[in-house]
Ligand binder design. Structure first.
Ligand code: HEM
Length: 537
């Protein structure tokens, strides 16, 4: 026998009742001593001062004083639910992951979120939405940490602090609290023009979803899959809601934010309570793993670019149903952690320069947010398969680790744990070649196209969606105080679509500039329109 890893008592949240804390018949102290009262402190006489020796009072107040943990640095406002994913087996030909084999059922936990607002902000603001899924697979936890918009603001992760500083409330007056449209926002996106495709989505109806149940989800980055024969392919992940894709109109968002800031949260939980479980199909766009990692001229490593479904259809590989809401919001929704680096055999990352930085950022932030390196032991984060990681100690260590030799090989604990081979389910990094050459900070020239995908998106909208888009640009840009910034953004709009630019300029009472880049030669993608799309409305 090797060193036994004794996991903390309890089981994954929502599972056996013995995992639930605080179930005894009597009220007790944290040490288990029964209490006669918790309403009155020990005093020196009925009208006297409170005594320091009241150990129960001190324990109770001290615990309360430390109840809050830091909110997420982004995506602070969110809500979550448990579910189950059932694979249809169609991915087996391209991916060796066990959870994608036909008929395999995998428990999941999903957290939906806004990006910019604080933990207590309104649900129905104009913003990108997070759509993060944890699959508790038999080969370890796999996290698909996506958004409801398939492109991202920036191409390189090193700029992430900058875009977030620009999007969050401005540091002097700490406004706006819940809108992504103000001077620093427009300043950033008009100077870092790679953001323009994401901004077009943000000004569209996609950024004001009717319900979390009615949003698409996108993995955004390209991932590399590997099958049993060692063949690789490049894929983009999509979640397709069976409920259809629906949005609010702007006036509705104002009413719902005022009347019920918890609108999306309530909607999700009411639906689950009523047995109207929301369902999403998981799909992949599968593209050949070519040396240049491009598809139809689109650089698959550039996270500001998506691949239209008309060029590469989405193949459905399984279905997820959300059927259980959390028992305790803090233990589940607040303490859950996601990490794009939580991968299972068969799924690997690419060199997308945004994804590469995400691989570093999530664990790092969670060490602060969740108070040390042992957050994987929290019930919501535990793998549903044996864990034997040889990690030891640290803040909030709950496991009682056996054995004396947490290293390997060792000659004291019987040499365990054993290393797995590819045949016994080891995660193998796909041996993809690294481009030869000197160390550089620049990107390849294909990343220089900053406008064509915004043009593609704008031209794919129906008339009514286009009208909403124009109104949103005009309204949100109208909140920007600096005229120079508004003019610079109008220049970007001129490069995206001259008519859109003219309409927004008219609304702002400003001149419409001439484009500075040739008009993009792109075909509209009907699948991008909520009205004209291929998915049920
Ligand atoms: C949350 C960093 C890009 C989706 C977070 C958090 C950080 C972060 C620090 C908070 C995590 C926590 O406290 O648990 C970054 C960095 C990025 C990046 C450095 C770029 C380099 C993206 C992209 C997407 C995304 C491209 C979508 C594809 C999310 C989601 C969450 C999140 C959905 C919320 C997860 C949850 O619900 O707990 N990100 N992010 N992020 N990020 Fe990113």
């Amino acid at each position: 026998q090797g060193p036994a890893t004794v996991t903390p008592t309890g089981a994954p949240t929502g599972a056996p009742p013995e995992a639930m804390a605080q179930q005894g018949e009597y009220l007790t102290t944290a040490q288990g001593a029964r209490l006669r009262t918790t309403d009155h402190a020990l005093k020196a006489g009925r009208r006297g001062p409170v005594l320091l020796q009241d150990h129960h009072l001190r324990e109770k107040i001290t615990h309360f004083d430390h109840e809050r943990i830091p909110e997420r640095v982004v995506h602070a406002r969110g809500t979550g639910a448990h579910g189950v994913f059932v694979a249809n087996g169609r991915a087996a030909k391209i991916c060796r992951a066990a959870f994608l084999k036909k008929g395999v059922e995998t428990p999941t936990f999903v957290r939906f979120s806004t990006v910019q607002g604080f933990r207590g902000s309104s649900d129905t603001v104009r913003d990108t939405r997070g759509f993060a899924t944890k699959f508790y697979t038999s080969e370890g936890n796999y996290d698909l940490v996506g958004n409801n918009i398939p492109v991202f603001f920036i191409q390189e992760g090193i700029k992430f602090p900058d875009i977030v500083h620009a999007v969050k409330p401005e540091p002097d007056r700490e406004i706006p609290q819940a809108q992504s449209a103000h001077d620093t926002f427009w300043d950033f996106v008009s100077l870092h023009t790679e953001a323009q495709a994401h901004v077009a989505w943000s000004m569209s109806d996609r950024a004001v979803p009717l319900s979390y149940r009615m949003m698409e989800g996108f993995g955004v980055h390209t991932f590399r899959l590997i099958n049993d024969a060692g063949e690789t392919s490049l894929v983009k992940f999509h979640w397709k809601p069976r409920q259809g894709v629906h949005s609010q109109v702007w006036e509705e968002t104002q009413l719902t934010a005022g009347n019920d800031p918890d609108f999306h949260r309530r909607d999700l939980y009411d639906a689950i309570d009523a047995g109207a479980y929301p369902v999403w199909d998981l799909g992949v766009q599968v593209m050949p793993d070519t040396d240049d990692e491009t598809f139809e001229g689109i650089d698959l490593l550039d996270p500001t670019k998506f691949v239209p479904e008309e060029l590469c259809p989405v193949e459905i590989i399984g279905t997820m149903t959300l059927n259980r809401r959390p028992i305790n919001f803090f233990a589940e929704v607040e303490q859950v952690m996601f990490n794009p680096g939580n991968l299972v055999p068969g799924i690997d990352v690419t060199n997308d320069p945004l994804l590469q930085v995400r691989l570093f950022s999530y664990i790092d932030t969670q060490i602060t947010r969740l108070g040390g390196p042992n957050f994987n032991q929290l019930p919501i984060n535990r793998a549903h398969c044996p864990v034997n990681d040889m990690f030891r100690d640290g803040f909030h260590q709950h496991a009682v680790h056996g054995g004396v030799a947490p290293y390997r090989p060792n000659s004291l604990d019987g040499g365990n744990p054993a290393e797995a081979s590819e045949d016994s389910g080891a995660f193998i990094d796909v041996p993809h070649p690294v481009a030869p050459g000197a160390k550089v900070r620049e990107l390849s020239a294909s990343f220089d196209d900053h406008f064509s995908q915004a043009t593609l998106f704008v031209r794919s909208l129906s008339e009514v969606e286009r009208e909403h888009l124009t109104r949103a640009y005009t309204f949100e840009l109208g909140k920007c105080y600096e005229e120079a910034i508004r003019l610079r953004q109008l220049q970007c709009l001129a490069n995206i679509d001259a008519d859109l630019c003219a309409e927004v300029a008219r609304g702002l009472g400003l001149p419409a500039p001439e484009p500075t880049v040739p008009p993009a030669d792109v075909e509209p993608s009907p699948a991008l329109s909520q009205v004209g799309g291929t998915w049920p409305i």
